[in-house]
Design a protein around this ligand. Structure first.
Ligand SMILES: [Zn+2]
Ligand SMILES: [Zn+2]
Ligand SMILES: [Zn+2]
Length: 335
C-alpha cells in the first residue's frame, strides 16, 4: 500500500510507492562510462595542467604543483562564480539581479584516477575531510560569501564531467534555498519544543534501529524516514553541532569511518552507481545555532525525476528506507 511520510525538518511530504519497486532492476537506467584514453588534468604528474594549487597535503621536501601530494585543492578552470567580481545587487523590474561573486574550487581527492570511496582507506577519507575543513576556514574570512557548499559528484549521471575522484566547493553570496528551508524548519521546531529536531531524529533512529547503515560512538549513518530517493543516506554527528568546520581531529577520524563504511555498503550493494553527496552546515556568518545540526546527505542516482516530482515538489520513492537499509547491510556482510 502506498504511504505518505513527512520530513520532520522541511515538512516535505514524500510518497513511498512500494509496489513500483523492483530492486533487481536498479539503477533504472544504463551507467554511462567515461572514455578510457581521455586526458585527465587531475592525474598524478599533470600538476601543471591545473591552475596553481591553493592547498595541498604533500610529502615533506616537495614543492607546490609537483608530485608528492595526497590531496590537492585548485581553482575550477571553468568556475560557476568568480571571486574578482564585487557584489552588486539590482532590481530589474520584477526581477532581482546580483553579480556572480563567489568561489569555485576543486578538491582532487587522490592521486589515482580510478580511486574512490570503493578503494579509499579511512586515512584517505580523513585527508579529504581535512581539506574541506581547511578550505572552509580560509573561505569564511571573506564576508561577501554567505554560504560555502561542499559537495561531490561521482559518475556522469550525477553530473561529474571528469572521472578522477574530486569534490567541489562553491561559495555563494546568498544562502541556498535547500539550506534555508532546513534552517527555517528546524528553527520553527526549536521555538516550539526548545530542542534540536536533528538531535530528536538521531535519538529515534538509535531506538528504531531499522534504518541504520553504520554507527560509531560519534557518528551515525541511516536512510532517512522520509527518504526522497531509494537508498538515500544521512550522516550526522551524534553530539549537537551546527558547524562542520569546528570538527576536532577525533571527530574527523570518527566521521571518516562512518562515511567510508556507509559509502562502501552503498556502492557495493548497488553495483557502483553514480551518486552525489553534500555537506550541510550553518551559514558562514552565523555558525553556532542551537536549532541546526550539520550533516552529510548522500543520494545515489538510481532513478530519474518525473514531471510529478518536478511539478509538485513531492518525491515518489519506490524503496522504503527500512528495506533500503536492510539491503545495504545484508549485501556487505555476504561479501
Ligand atoms: Zn585522473
Ligand atoms: Zn542537534
Ligand atoms: Zn540537509
Amino acid at each position: 500500500m502506498p504511504q505518505l511520510r513527512k520530513d520532520p525538518v522541511t515538512d516535505r511530504w514524500i510518497i513511498i510507492a512500494e509496489e513500483r519497486n523492483n530492486p533487481s532492476s536498479l539503477p533504472l537506467f544504463e551507467k554511462e562510462e567515461y572514455s578510457a584514453n581521455g586526458f585527465c588534468p587531475f592525474c598524478y604528474g599533470n600538476e601543471d595542467k591545473t591552475p596553481a594549487e591553493i592547498l595541498a597535503y604533500r610529502r615533506q621536501g616537495c614543492g607546490p604543483n609537483q608530485r608528492g601530494w595526497k590531496v590537492r585543492v585548485v581553482p575550477n578552470r571553468f568556475p560557476a562564480l568568480q571571486p574578482e567580481i564585487g557584489v552588486k545587487k539590482e532590481a530589474r523590474g520584477v526581477y532581482d539581479w546580483m553579480s556572480g561573486t563567489g568561489v569555485h574550487e576543486i578538491v582532487i581527492e587522490h592521486p589515482e584516477h580510478k580511486a574512490g570511496f570503493e578503494t579509499y582507506t579511512s586515512e584517505d577519507v580523513e585527508y579529504i575531510l581535512w581539506a574541506y575543513k581547511d578550505r572552509y576556514l580560509d573561505l569564511r574570512k571573506d564576508n561577501r560569501l554567505k554560504y560555502i557548499l561542499i559537495f561531490r559528484n561521482s559518475g556522469k549521471a550525477a553530473g561529474a564531467s571528469i572521472e578522477h575522484p574530486h569534490s567541489q566547493i562553491i561559495a555563494t553570496p546568498v544562502i541556498p534555498k535547500r539550506v534555508s528551508e532546513e534552517l527555517k524548519g528546524s528553527l520553527r521546531d526549536y521555538n516550539f519544543k526548545n530542542r534540536c529536531v536533528f538531535c530528536d531524529v538521531i535519538r529515534q533512529e538509535l531506538q528504531d534501529k531499522s534504518r541504520i547503515i553504520a554507527e560509531n560512538k560519534d557518528f551515525i549513518a541511516f536512510c532517512p524516514y522520509a527518504s526522497r530517493f531509494p537508498y538515500e543516506m544521512t550522516i550526522l554527528p551524534k553530539e549537537h553541532s551546527s558547524d562542520f568546520s569546528s570538527i576536532s581531529e577525533n571527530g574527523i577520524e570518527s566521521c571518516s569511518q562512518v562515511l567510508l563504511e556507509s559509502m562502501q555498503k552503498l556502492l557495493s550493494s548497488l553495483d557502483y552507481p553514480a551518486y552525489n553527496f553534500v555537506v550541510h552546515k550553518a551559514p558562514a556568518d552565523n555558525e553556532n545555532l542551537d536549532h541546526y545540526h550539520w550533516h552529510i546527505e548522500v543520494v545515489p542516482r538510481v532513478i530519474r525525476l518525473s514531471g510529478f516530482e518536478f511539478g509538485s515538489g513531492f518525491y515518489t520513492n519506490p524503496t522504503p528506507p527500512e528495506q533500503a537499509a536492510a539491503l545495504l547491510c545484508s549485501k556487505r556482510k555476504g561479501k
